[in-house]
Write a protein of this length. Sequence first.
Length: 414
Amino acid sequence: MPAISPADTAWMLVATAMVLLMTPALGFFYGGMVRAKNALNTMMMSYVALGFVGVAWAIIGYSLAFSEGGGLVGNLHFAFLNNVGLEAKGSIPHILFASYQGTFAVITAALISGAIVERMRFGPYLTFIALWSIGVYAPIAHWVWGGGWLGKLGALDFAGGTVVHINAAAAALVGAIVLGPRKDYTRQAIIPQNVPFTLLGTGILWFGWFGFNGGSALAASTSAALAFANTMFAPMATLVVWSLLDLMRTRKTTAVGAATAIVVGLVAITPAAGFVSPISAIALGGIAAPASYFAIIWRARTRLDDSLDVVAAHGVGGTVGALLTGILAEKAWNGASDGALFGNPRQLGIQVAAVLATIVYSAVATFVIIKVIGFGFNLRASAKEEGIGLDVTQHGEEAYSRGEGAILVRADRS
């Protein structure tokens, strides 16, 4: 029976707390980029995932993702955290492993909200993220990390390029299409209400990402050190290239653009963090920048109201990272597999299969979940609710008082 390592346990305790902090950080990142009347609602879309997705994970999500089962989904052996105790899982306590993985489920569901902010009613949203974490996130996590078919095929995803980012982006795209654009999308400028919030959220996200990627080694090991270093260098390269693109295109470097660049770099390195050299990580981060940069520009010219560009940042960035993992992976650094650049072109084909399978399943399953919820609830806020703002209409609160005080909210007695 494997022994529990105090050093590994200490690192994973810290990493779990760091990844948990990323969800509130995401709330600040997203909340700064919407209008003031929707700031609290947008931040709450991240914060409530800590509860609704976290409890769903403990009840059934963890079991579906990480218990033994078929190639597609686990069984109910760990349902309600049964058989999950202080015994070793690798070199850390099983309950710590389950908790760490739960933080991934929480932030993945919260990522989707960036595409549907300022228009989705809050009650249906809560139902959606809980069901989505069970029906979409858990099976794909099982495919890659829980003994499922993609893991057996040899797909490389160190910390969630497919499981987290591409998965969330596919769901976000479906959500944005089904809900439709905001009522004043393309009719008036929609200005970020608090860019410093976005910068603050970015900084905390980067800090937490060291636990996200470094912790995915599941030990205080050389693999964790490599992932840690790559998590530092890749976004630096993305930020440099993105800033140069901004300067060449507009002669200005925006703060929102810089924040987005850092997140894109973090997204792109996630699947590769423990598989590539630091120099390859810098190259990967640099390549990811133009892909997501021009995807954002193209999206802005369409009728797709992916409000905070989840698809361009997480979908495109995650896809670039997953595919480049299949090219840049180096056995000399990871001890597991080489990529196409180092004599193993088959790995790139496996990565393509993992990306496509994730997109197809996430998109189809998300569409089904949204449509089922739509039979029982109005998904979309009314035009009047959008006009007033979702802070007041969904929460009875305002982020900022105006004039003498906040709007007085009375119960609707009709």
